[in-house]
Design a protein around this ligand. Structure first.
Ligand code: SF4
Length: 224
């Protein structure tokens, strides 16, 4: 539902939809028109058609359980590489990295050069440090870049990467040059990764802390 559609638009509709279709089994013996009638008003009806087809496949081929590999997910109608990675990382906490425009902008600014999505994914797969939470890492990267490293007015003075970011304190950061995988500065990339991993672990540690208990894991954000 969120493809091409904002969260406020989806918020109400998803509740109604989940009441009618709480799980994959609830689609059995339903027709496409039943899904369409609940979807009405959201537009982009191809998504509803693909959803219906995908759930038919999930029920028939995967016994009513969402598959957990990228290759199987991409085989479902309407699911591309980004969505498959998002399902694996955010849904299943598996090693996968959904690269959206926000993450791409954040990393490109820090290294001072455009990096293509395939290279960025490859880098994260090879250099990723925080093995405990792929879910939290992906969500944090998206939230961080969309709230701090804003498109036109990045908040560099509040940014944890400001001391080594190649684009820090420019009022409008426009990256023109392109970098290939082999040209990427791995030191900077590892540094970004470490700071983010520590921030994520720290956040998880605080969430898990019970009153009066000393944190067992997690560490403060690195001071850059
Ligand atoms: S220092 Fe500024 S440009 Fe660099 S990542 Fe932070 S907010 Fe973005």
């Amino acid at each position: 539902m969120l493809q091409q559609t904002t969260v406020p638009t989806v918020e109400n509709k998803i509740q109604i939809f989940l009441k009618k279709f709480p799980n994959f089994q609830s689609f059995k013996r339903k027709k496409l028109e039943d899904v369409m009638s609940v979807w009405s008003g959201l537009g982009y009806y191809n998504r509803a058609i693909n959803l219906f087809k995908s759930i038919e496949i999930i029920n028939l081929k995967y016994g009513g359980t969402l598959p957990k590999t990228k290759i199987e997910l991409i085989g479902l109608p309407g699911i591309g590489k980004y969505t498959a990675n998002a399902i694996l990382a955010i849904g299943f906490n598996k090693k996968a990295f959904p690269i959206d425009v926000n993450i791409k902008r954040l990393i490109s600014r820090i290294i001072g050069s455009n990096i293509n999505e395939n290279d960025l994914e490859l880098l994260l797969e090879n250099l990723f440090i925080n093995k405990k939470s792929y879910r939290k890492f992906s969500e944090s990267m998206m939230d961080y870049s969309s709230s701090i490293c804003l498109k036109s007015k990045p908040k560099c003075s509040e940014c944890i990467f400001r001391n080594f970011c190649k684009s820090a304190n420019k009022t409008f950061v426009s990256i023109q040059s392109k970098k290939n995988f082999k040209d990427i500065n791995f030191y900077i990339f590892k540094k970004v990764n470490k700071i983010f991993s520590n921030a994520v672990l720290s956040h998880i540690g605080q969430l898990e802390q019970k009153p009066g208990e000393v944190l067992k894991r997690g560490s403060p954000i690195d001071s850059p």
